[in-house]
Design a protein around this ligand. Structure first.
Ligand code: EPZ
Length: 419
């Protein structure tokens, strides 16, 4: 096990480039199964979740090779299994995104229940409802979901909640269904659009991705394609918040500002000076900003994946802010760890009241999940004194070369073995 050791109190300064999006790369890697050939994917971030997804693809017979830079080659010509083990599926939530493509390609799949951040129950009922509507027979067998379908037939599917994963799974199955499928109340996140663009590059007919109604006209076959995934809006937002929290001046490059508008709008409300260009956002903060209220919502609302990081920023703001987490029922685990650094956060159900402080103090803390870990890094960078963050394997799931990128911005952070 490893930990980060951070000597806080240094303002971040300089330019950082955002890597490819984890949450775009995972569904696109899973959908490469549909190609029946060799797919070349670029801007794939070298993250542990991506490696886990590639291990899953290898386990069913795909050839997987990482080449220079962030390129991954997936050869899905010959699949030799339709079973995803607990050992592999349990590593990440995204493993379940293989269900739709495998069902469409092979007509049957058995996949163990997914793993992922312990931020809530994370049911899969909407995935099941959608795939069953397309004609799959689905049952739970000793902790695995077993789905069979002689043929998938297009239909109209209404999602009770605009689930990102369910939208992705249903879309990736419907592309090879007979006839048209309409997903209503679909998720509209940028990662949905990226997946739809990849599927269309392979010859799928998809209309309306990015809106709450997506129409998919099934085709007989998809062909291999080359594709480059979008950059990671959550990584970008994490660096913007770290820059503000440390009173720094940082330019975050290689990001479409529209992807992070929910965050930049709130940062402006807080009085944090931003310069927003075509593909960069620059923060130039003196470290003084006032609290605001935050409510997480599906895109284009404030992203739940930025909630923990924003909690850390509010802990350093002037005044009191209230955070309401409407997406996941257990996503305040960072509050008690931030409290060890002097933050004043009162959690009640889905809300947290954050009373801002002039400064936090370094402490020994533990990452409980991916974004909570990011929040602790941000707090440690801003705090006075040293902070040690253990269980940083959570953070490695979603941030490429975090300590290297932060060091380039002037942070004093390094990785050590945890004894
Ligand atoms: C994706 O998770 C992301 N993960 C999450 O990012 C992100 O927080 C989430 O979307 C919301 O934006 C990946 O893309 C790999 P959901 P997903 O299905 O698909 C309920 C990170 O930090 N729901 O939109 O699992 C569910 O309980 C991770 O990078 C059902 O009720 O999210 C939750 O309350 C964390 N039934 C809400 O919908 C279902 O069948 C949102 O879930 C599915 C979901």
């Amino acid at each position: 096990m490893e930990k980060f050791v951070i000597c806080g109190g240094k303002s971040l300064c300089g330019t950082v480039s955002v890597s490819g999006s984890k949450n775009a790369a995972l569904p696109i890697l899973a959908a490469s199964i549909l190609s029946g050939g060799r797919v070349v994917l670029d801007n794939i971030p070298r993250l542990s979740d991506v490696v886990s997804m590639c291990d899953i693809l290898s386990s069913i017979g795909c050839g997987v090779s990482f080449s220079a830079g962030d390129r991954v080659l997936i050869d899905a010509t010959r699949l030799n299994s339709n079973v995803i083990s607990y050992q592999l599926a349990g590593r990440l939530r995204g493993s379940f995104l293989v269900m739709g493509p495998l069902l469409a390609r092979l007509g049957s799949v058995s996949i163990s229940m997914p793993g992922g951040c312990p931020i809530g129950a994370r049911p899969i009922d909407l995935h099941i409802k959608g795939l069953a509507a397309l004609g799959a027979c689905i049952e739970n067998r000793q902790g695995s979901v077993v789905a069979k379908a002689k043929k998938l037939v297009g239909t109209k599917i209404y999602l009770d909640f605009p689930s990102v994963g369910a939208t992705e799974n249903i879309m990736s199955a419907a592309v090879l269904a007979e006839g048209a499928t309409v997903i209503e109340n679909a998720a509209v996140e940028p990662e949905i659009v990226d997946l739809a663009n990849f599927l269309c590059a392979m010859g799928a007919n998809i209309f309306g991705a990015g809106t709450d109604t997506i129409k998919i006209e099934g085709v007989k076959i998809l062909k291999p394609a080359n594709y480059s995934v979008i950059s990671d809006r959550i990584e970008a937002g994490s660096y913007l918040i770290a820059a503000a929290a440390t009173g720094g001046c940082v330019t975050v490059q290689n990001i479409l500002p529209d992807y992070v508008k929910p965050l930049t709008a709130k940062m402006k409300e807080m009085g944090i000076p931003l310069d927003i260009g075509e593909n960069y956002i620059a923060v130039n903060s003196e470290g003084n900003f006032h609290a605001v209220d935050i409510k997480t919502l599906p895109f284009p609302g404030f992203p739940t994946d930025m909630q923990a990081q924003m909690t850390a920023l509010l802990a350093l703001s002037e005044g009191t802010g209230i955070i309401t987490e409407t997406i996941f029922e257990n996503r305040f685990m960072h509050a008690s760890e931030l409290a060890r650094m002097g933050a004043s956060i009162k959690v009640a159900g889905r809300s947290a009241v954050v009373e801002g402080k002039k400064a936090l103090t370094g402490a020994k803390v533990k990452a409980t999940d991916l974004r909570a870990g990011a929040a602790l890094v941000i707090a440690g960078l801003a705090a006075r004194g040293d902070t040690e963050i253990s269980d940083i394997y959570h953070i490695d799931r979603g941030y490429v070369a975090l300590e290297q990128k932060l060091t380039q911005l002037g942070a004093d952070i390094h990785r050590e073995a945890e004894h």
